[in-house]
Design a protein around this ligand. Structure first.
Ligand code: NAD
Ligand code: WQD
Length: 357
């Protein structure tokens, strides 16, 4: 897809979950590259104050913002009726692994039901181009070494299973209806923040993910990090993940949109750096970036965790030339800047005194 359609108008992209962590950064990236952006979000894990910041960074307005639940097919359909949407980037989902084990029905409902509601509304309005947020968690406990896209799905929790199911539905829809093109991106562990410090990761409640937790400890909002397991079969005994800067992550989405018009059917790519970091590596890098000691204590393993998940992201590099350019130090520096400027997240602070939001 190109940033102008056949009539020379800017291409319009609907971003579901556009106020969320990755979605908000994606909106900046798309606005920066000339796309018209429409956002839908129910703010179940974000807040409306994010979007003026997106506009401030991009120096352009988001075309329209709708507060709605993607499971509401009628409301979604009305958005497509109002805007000439060319493609959709679908971020909206529930994503907390532990919560998914406690609320499996809610996870299937939002993640799978929300996706089919979206597909329905898209199809109704003749829109068949989609970039879908999948997750490395579909691989489950796949073992050591970089994982490529051919590794079979072995989800270990309802969240991962919901993403795996979505992938199967999307692949099947593409197989049976040649009008669809779907690019499915399996992210490993997106982290970091926009370099401005205006956008970052600000989940509701206690963070599940390592990066926002470490940042909140460093800023004094939480006492100490619990390191889940010091007896994993890894060099320092803590679990290894492939952390990827959110700016690299969203760049891949913009490139995916650029390729969507030429793509047919269902294609899946891993997004990662192909580089593993342990929990203690992250703590050390964060301390280095912030100059602050991050108190931590090794505790028991978290249910459902695995020792190592590292991407083989060679396929996307060969197909599109996309390669991440930012490292762990960049992620820590940017996450820390966001946390320092917004110690209580979006609700609690104005990042620049006197700045309008
Ligand atoms: P996030 O929670 O910050 O963003 C998701 C957004 O979707 C939020 O703004 C939330 O309010 C919205 N949302 C949730 N349910 C909704 C609904 N029913 N209707 C409308 N909006 C709804 O999460 P994120 O980290 O930005 O993740 C974005 C996507 O990427 C998700 O699909 C997630 O599963 C996937 N993903 C994330 C990671 C990660 O580590 N962050 C890794 C792999 C995949
Ligand atoms: C990273 C490492 C924890 C918090 C999940 C999904 C994945 C993606 C990211 C959405 C693990 C350890 C964490 C803490 C800790 N999301 N940790 N103390 O579990 O690798 O991946 O979220 O799709 O798909 O599966 O990410 O950031 O929660 O944890 O020691 O307080 O940090 O055990 O080893 P995870 P995470």
């Amino acid at each position: 897809m190109h940033t102008r359609d056949a009539n020379g108008s800017p291409s319009t992209v609907l971003v579901t979950g556009g106020a969320g962590f990755i979605g908000s950064h994606a909106c900046v990236e798309l606005l920066d590259h000339g796309y018209e952006v429409i956002v839908v979000d129910d703010y179940s894990n974000s807040c409306p104050r994010v979007l003026p910041r997106v506009e401030r960074i991009a120096g352009r307005f988001v075309g329209a913002v709708y507060e709605l639940d993607i499971r509401d097919r009628r409301a979604l359909s009305a958005v497509f009726a109002r805007h000439p949407v060319d493609a959709v980037v679908h971020f909206a989902a529930h994503k907390a692994v532990g919560e998914s084990a406690r609320m499996p029905v809610a996870y299937y409902d939002t993640n799978v039901g929300g996706t089919t509601a979206l597909l329905h509304a898209m199809h109704e309005h003749g829109v068949h181009r989609l970039v879908f947020s999948s997750s490395c968690s579909v691989y489950g406990d796949a073992g050591e070494g970089p994982l490529d896209e051919a590794v079979p799905h072995r989800p270990t929790n309802p969240y991962a299973a919901s993403k795996s199911l979505c992938e199967r539905i999307l692949a099947d829809v593409c197989r049976h209806d040649p009008r669809w093109s779907v690019l499915c991106l399996r992210y490993f562990n997106p982290a970091g923040a926009h370099p401005s410090g205006l956008l970052g990761e600000d989940p509701h409640g206690t963070p599940d993910n390592l990066f926002p937790y470490v940042a909140q400890v460093a800023v004094g909002r939480r006492q100490r990090l619990r390191v889940f397991g010091g007896d994993w079969p890894t060099p320092d005994g803590t679990a290894i993940r492939d952390y990827l800067h959110v700016m690299d992550t969203v760049e891949a989405h913009r490139i995916a949109l650029d390729h969507l018009a030429d793509a047919t059917g269902f294609t899946v790519f891993n997004l990662g750096r192909g580089h593993g970091s342990s929990v203690l590596d992250v703590v050390a890098a964060f301390e280095e970036a912030s100059g602050i000691t991050v108190p931590h204590k090794i505790t028991g393993r978290r249910t459902g965790d695995v020792a190592e998940l590292v991407a083989d992201a060679g396929a996307v590099a060969r197909a599109w030339g996309w390669r991440p350019s930012r490292d762990l130090a960049d992620m820590c520096r940017d996450a820390w800047r966001f946390q320092q400027l917004n110690p209580h997240g979006y609700q609690g602070s104005s990042p620049q005194p006197g700045a309008k939001e």
